[in-house]
Design a protein around this ligand. Structure first.
Ligand SMILES: Nc1ncnc2c1ncn2[C@@H]1O[C@H](COP(=O)(O)OP(=O)(O)O)[C@@H](O)[C@H]1O
Ligand SMILES: [Mg+2]
Length: 581
């Protein structure tokens, strides 16, 4: 079982010195418990309670009783140093695991997040990491001390029993120790499955929690309050049932071990009576025996705790080991500033569901072309655009930028050449200024203000009392949809990338800002290769190239006049829009 933690041992390497001190202290503490306590009893009791002996001088009395605080002092200091140091090392290992987990989340492909819920990932990153920390702490307290203490106490039991009565007596007194390992094994087997179950159910609860918090408006609008509470209650019940199943076995362990040890002590007592053992010797023996059951009990619960920790580690590792599908090829080619020529060559694409979302799509988009993607909802426009920054990779064919297969380019270089403005831009819970700065970290204050100007955002930003230092709230909650979109456009201006993707980037704008934004867009698109998906044909009509999508295929390409004359789908889409307007 300990082997499961082996891959993480390399985290310990920098802390080797501390670890060695911790282990030494653990051994001292263990021996002080297992050997020191019974030995102390052996030194003190016979002297104090000796019948028909000469009375002790005050000096002798002090010396004898000093044994007690001395043993406890050594044990106390060593225990403290041992647990403190091990925990310090352990939490640092945990910190590395948690950081690796978070780092991994940054590079996993987008498709991963469509399979795994936010709640589940949150629960793994927080609750499972936390469980691992609890495990580490518990393990830290016992992993060295208890075995050392067990060996110490077995040592002294054997020594006393041997010097008093010989080998047979040693065997009788120690016979029960291996027996008390049986409950540990039995209970441990029951626990491993249940431990993983608890963490999974905890994931379920977290998932409902996080989903609910992201749908606060829907819950009120559709009066889902009772439904949500019931749903949460059910998940919470399931979690409790899983926890209680674990506790049922976990808590049986200590009593089981104690019962087995009691039987052992009874046998020792019987045998002691038979061989006429002296009372002092018996007290020492019982102390030593008790001192040996204690670490067994602790090792037993340690075993339980390890099972829990392993359950948590499994769930963390599932993510840590998840394949990162979209990575740099080993011989990835660097790319400075791209020209921006895009080509799709018989591209096929599907999401996890397996249905073909794009089928044999081939098209050339020369550098500097403003290209509009039109078609019914669900036809594949967004999927098509998402292949360009490699949010997903095609399953057939290839996409090229300036003639290079996207998969042969360095991912960071590729993405630096692309600006994406989506329908629902996300802002970080920070100031407007910092939210714009992410588009180009080297930008000056003047650059930022110029970009905001260009995106018609400067005015509304200045209308806030704190101006550019206004905090936008979680995901930009304190701004309107149109304001967020204008900030997203300002980011695109700042980024000034040769390829620009606008996916319904103007859909949240009211007609006032729409007119202004159209102007802004005219400036933004100059000299760039632009993929623009828009509901409003006012944007589309001016595009130098239009691609019409229908059910995952390209139905036609051309200019507005050409398509309006030749493509019935395009004409009906266009006429319907004009009619609506
Ligand atoms: N993450 C996804 N997982 C599975 N199917 C998806 C996903 N995103 C989109 N789809 C499906 O792919 C098809 C094309 O979607 P999309 O490219 O978003 O269309 P459009 O942008 O033209 O409205 C739709 O049938 C949609 O249901
Ligand atoms: Mg779309």
């Amino acid at each position: 079982m300990i082997q499961r933690f082996r891959p993480y041992l390399h985290y310990l390497r920098q802390q080797r010195g501390l670890l060695i001190v911790a282990i030494l202290c653990g051994i001292i503490a263990g021996v002080a418990s297992g050997f020191g306590l019974p030995y102390m009893v052996k030194q003190v009791f016979p002297v104090i309670f000796a019948q028909n002996a000469a009375p002790l001088t005050p000096w002798e009395l002090t010396l004898v009783t000093l044994w007690i605080p001395a043993v406890f002092l050594v044990r106390g200091v060593a225990t403290y140093l041992n647990t403190y140091l091990i925990q310090r090392v352990g939490t640092q290992v945990l910190e590395s695991i948690r950081l690796d987990f978070f780092r991994k989340l940054q590079v996993l492909p987008l498709s991963f997040f469509q399979k795994n819920s936010t709640g589940d990932l949150l629960s793994r990153g927080l609750a499972d990491a936390n469980q691992l920390q609890v495990t580490l702490t518990t393990v830290a307290n016992e992993i060295i001390r208890s075995p050392a203490s067990l060996i110490g106490s077995i040592g002294i039991v054997s020594y006393i029993a041997y010097t008093e009565q010989g080998v047979a007596f040693v065997l009788v007194t120690l016979a029960v120790i291996p027996l008390s390992v049986l409950p540990i094994r039995y209970v441990g087997k029951k626990l491993i499955k249940r431990a993983g179950r608890i963490q999974a159910e905890l994931g379920g609860v977290t998932q409902i929690f996080s989903e609910n918090l992201s749908a606060t408006k829907e819950v009120r609008a559709f009066s889902l309050e009772d439904r949500e509470v019931a749903r949460f209650g059910r998940a919470s019940q399931t979690l409790i049932r899983a926890q209680m199943k674990f506790v049922k076995y976990e808590k049986a362990l200590t009593p089981l071990i104690e019962i087995v040890s009691a039987v052992g002590i009874a046998f020792t007592l019987l045998y002691a009576y038979k061989v006429h053992l002296a009372q002092e010797t018996f007290i020492v023996l019982i102390t030593a025996l008790y001192a040996s059951y204690e670490p067994i009990k602790k090792l037993g619960s340690l075993n339980n705790e390890l099972k829990r920790g392993l359950g948590a580690l499994d769930r963390l590792e599932e993510i840590l080991r998840a394949p990162v599908a979209i990575v740099d090829a080993p011989d990835a080619r660097p790319l400075a500033r791209a020209q921006g020529a895009l080509a799709f060559e018989t591209v096929g694409f599907s999401y996890q569901t397996g249905e073909l979302v794009l089928n044999e799509v081939s098209v050339l988009i020369p550098a500097g072309t403003v290209c509009a993607l039109v078609g019914p909802s669900g036809a594949g426009k967004s999927s098509f655009a998402n292949l360009v920054p490699r949010f997903f990779d095609p399953i057939a064919g290839r996409v090229t930028l300036d003639g290079h297969d996207l998969r042969s380019l360095r991912l960071a270089d590729l993405r630096r050449n692309i600006a994406v403005v989506s329908q629902d831009p996300v802002l970080f819970n920070d100031t407007i200024y910092h939210n714009l700065l992410i588009a180009r970290p080297a930008a000056s204050r003047a650059d930022i203000e110029a970009a905001a100007h260009a995106a018609y955002a400067h005015e509304f930003i200045l209308s806030f009392p704190a101006g550019y230092d206004t905090l936008v709230g979680e995901r930009g909650a304190r701004l309107s949809g149109g304001q967020k979109q204008r900030l997203a456009l300002a980011r695109a201006f700042l980024r000034n990338a040769p390829v620009l993707i606008l996916d319904e980037a103007t859909s949240a704008l009211d007609s006032d800002s729409e007119a202004a934004i159209q102007l802004a867009l005219k400036h933004l698109v100059v000299g760039k290769t632009v993929l623009i998906i828009a509901h409003r044909f006012s944007t589309i009509r001016d595009a130098s190239m239009i691609i019409v999508f229908e059910a995952g295929e390209i139905a036609a390409t051309g200019t507005h006049t050409h398509l309006y004359a030749t493509n019935p789908l395009y004409r009906s889409l266009y006429d319907r829009q004009q009619g609506a307007a």
